[in-house]
Design a protein around this ligand. Structure first.
Ligand SMILES: *Cc1c(COP(=O)(O)O)cnc(C)c1O
Length: 384
């Protein structure tokens, strides 16, 4: 059987394997030194102040919502063109979710739509407590504009940067939290760097950091800080927290991978540039380059110029026939059966709806062979 080429995958080397084996031979498989080491190194890389490693980005997003006080009666807004984990985070907290339509060029939430929606929400007294922009495919949202609106309308900002470690926004790395309360990364194997499963929440606020630590560790406070003379084993649970901790096995892989994050992003950008050049004459929209933004290119999404689900299906089928496992990122979240009975006003999201009829993600990952890249280009030229 022929080997399947995925839309994205991990790139591991011997140092990655060695670092995991070292942890396996050490005294601590979890709650040892590797997790704090990994947290510190991600902080140094992103130039932010505090980090909490988690066992997934999903748990990091949930803990982030809890840490910013999201609960019953509150509303969170996010992008409909995202993985379900973005909006599920709010539902876990008992909060309501609503969506902001996307921009057809960036595939990120539209700042104009956000502003418009905020104006209306203010009139109706239904302002969101949190807005969660998603850096789609690795391209940062316009964070300065979102930050400005967050001050005016008093909401908190969580960046779902699951796609975007290694990306840049103006003069800072994604993860700097310069224009947000919290930034979350994913280390799932299809993302930029991997820890197997894993995620991390970054913040510049000490108070938010303490809450993140609390909610990801059963809501338990150790009483070390009290410097007890007796009963030094004491700990107290003060919140209903979760076991969302990352293990040292996972952290060692993540930490080893982090050394190559720039290389991975460089390689993804190199492949993207090749696609940009070769696909220039096809009637499609290619990913947008914005001056001052650097995408980490987790995904390379092409969009047909017109809605054409037949052609999109033909492209998909041609890839599958040739052993490429391409994907559509994403079905708008409100179309999932679980979300259907929440009665979203789907006609308020025309761009997201249109996006779904036009988009497909073609393979891009470090270690992709030139012959594979050429074949992708050939298939697209042939079918379109
Ligand atoms: C992958 C992903 C997540 C979830 O990440 P996990 O680490 O798999 O939990 C959340 N949001 C987006 C946008 C993602 O792509």
């Amino acid at each position: 059987m022929n080997k399947i080429t995925p839309y994205s995958r991990q790139s591991l080397d011997n140092n990655d394997i060695k670092s995991v084996v070292e942890v396996l031979k050490s005294d601590f498989l979890t709650q040892g030194k590797m997790v704090p080491t990994f947290e510190t190194n991600v902080l140094k890389y992103c130039n932010s102040k505090f980090a909490v490693a988690c066992n997934s980005a999903t748990s990091a997003l949930h803990a982030s919502c809890l840490s910013l006080g999201l609960g019953k009666g509150d509303i969170m807004w996010t992008s409909p063109i995202s993985f379900v984990a973005s909006s599920n985070a709010a539902l876990y907290c008992g909060a309501e979710v609503d969506f902001i339509d996307i921009d057809i060029f960036t595939n990120n939430i539209s700042i104009e739509q956000l502003e418009e929606k905020l104006k209306n929400a203010k009139k109706n007294n239904k302002l969101p407590k949190i807005v969660m922009p998603v850096h789609m495919a690795g391209l940062s949202c316009d964070m300065k504009s979102i930050f400005k609106l967050s001050k005016k309308y008093k909401f908190k900002v969580i960046e779902d940067a699951s796609h975007a470690i290694g990306g840049k926004y103006l003069d800072s790395k994604v993860g700097s939290c310069k224009y947000s309360d919290i930034t979350v990364f994913s280390f799932h194997p299809v993302k930029i760097i991997t820890s197997g499963e894993g995620g991390m929440a970054l913040t510049n606020s000490k108070q938010t950091y303490k809450k993140l630590r609390l909610f990801t560790n059963h809501g338990i406070i150790r009483e070390k800080s009290l410097k007890l003379k007796k009963e030094q084993w004491r700990y107290r649970q003060t919140e209903l927290g979760y076991n969302y901790r990352m293990s040292d096995i996972h952290a060692s892989l993540g930490n080893s991978q982090l050394k190559r994050v720039e290389k991975f992003v460089y390689e993804r950008n190199r492949i993207a540039e090749k696609y940009n050049n070769e696909l220039r004459n096809l009637p499609i929209l290619r990913p947008m380059n914005i001056k001052g933004f650097k995408s980490s290119y987790h995904l390379y999404i092409i969009k047909l110029q017109k809605e054409d689900t037949n052609l999109r299906q033909k492209i998909y089928d041609a890839f599958i026939e040739n052993n490429f496992n391409v994907q559509v990122h994403y079905l708008p979240i409100y179309y999932h059966p679980y979300y259907k009975n929440m009665n979203f006003k789907i006609n308020l999201f025309p761009i997201a709806n249109s996006f779904y009829k036009r988009a497909i993600s073609i393979p891009i990952f470090p270690g992709m062979k030139n012959s594979q890249i050429e074949q992708v280009i050939k298939i697209l030229k042939r079918v379109i």
